[in-house]
Design a binder for this molecule. Structure first.
Ligand SMILES: NC(=O)c1ccc[n+]([C@@H]2O[C@H](COP(=O)([O-])OP(=O)(O)OC[C@H]3O[C@@H](n4cnc5c(N)ncnc54)[C@H](OP(=O)(O)O)[C@@H]3O)[C@@H](O)[C@H]2O)c1
Length: 241
């Protein structure tokens, strides 16, 4: 029987590539999103993947969303915590709102989502939790104190939860993408990308969303059961943790 995978933020960017790659690998896939209905409907029409709208920064919304997905597709066996946002600014100008938005969407969501599925995974003795952190959670980034803190938190979450569940057939891993060619990175001014970002990447290019999806499919596989608590960097050689 096909395993069920849920990808948060699975309708655009890296998440869309992950959803498609999991579907191609034989999973029954659900993709969640926050509010961009047009992108979600287009994604659904193109891929046939079921889409669900809720805010991953809300625990109650996650509980309700997971219930709906499980009623439609069955128990979630692979959870990909991918949804994320940036609210960049130097720390001395950062508002509490910018801090809270990034922490609750990029780190709080890991609690909000994983807490909904972990008991079922423990009972069934199988699960894959894969969270998309970032190179900037490993090394820090100017203008991203909020984002770097949240993404570093994702790695700590992964390691501790991996320890708690290693005996029960559940693996918990993080992936740290470098700069990937999505709308999030396209929002960086072109001259900054060309003059400051790409020269720092030994591969001399941005990564593609499909290159992150490949890492997710690898970690999600039944055969990857001995890999847990790991942080997989996919960054063109930009930072070697
Ligand atoms: N792009 C990069 O270079 C890069 C590098 C390192 C790490 N990452 C991480 O990779 C992940 C995906 O990034 P991306 O570049 O693919 O982003 P993206 O193109 O901006 O897409 C973000 C996705 O997350 C969803 N989302 C955002 N906030 C949400 C919320 N509160 N509740 C539910 N869904 C929410 C969005 O839904 P809507 O479509 O409804 O807005 C969208 O589907 C993020 O965690 C990001 O931090 C990205």
């Amino acid at each position: 029987m096909a395993r069920v995978a849920l990808v948060t933020g699975g309708t655009r960017g890296i998440g869309a590539a992950i959803s498609k790659a999991l579907k191609a690998a034989g999973y029954k896939v659900a993709a969640s999103y926050a509010g961009n209905d047009a992108a979600a409907e287009k994604f659904k029409a193109e891929t046939g993947i079921a889409v669900y709208k809720w805010d991953v920064s809300s625990f109650d919304a996650c509980a309700e969303g997971v219930k709906k997905v499980e009623a439609d597709l069955g128990p979630i066996e692979v959870l990909v915590n991918n949804a994320g946002i940036t609210r960049d600014t130097a720390f001395h100008k950062m508002t509490l709102e910018q801090w809270n938005a990034v922490i609750s969407t990029n780190l709080g969501s890991l609690f909000n989502m994983t807490r909904q599925v972990i008991e079922g995974m423990r009972a069934r003795k199988f699960g894959r939790i894969i969270s998309i952190s970032s190179i900037n959670g490993q090394k820090g980034q100017f203008g991203q104190v909020n984002y770097s803190a949240a993404k570093a938190g994702d790695i700590g979450f992964t390691k501790a939860l991996a320890l708690e569940n290693a005996k029960g057939g559940i693996t918990v891993n993080a992936i740290c993408p470098g700069y990937i060619n999505t709308e999030m990175v396209q929002a960086v001014p072109k001259d900054v990308l060309e003059k400051s970002v790409i020269p720092q990447i030994p591969a001399n290019r941005l990564g593609e969303p499909e290159e992150i999806a490949r890492a997710v499919v690898f970690l999600a596989a039944d055969e990857s059961g001995f890999i847990t608590g790991s942080t997989l960097t996919v960054n063109g050689g930009q930072y070697m943790a």
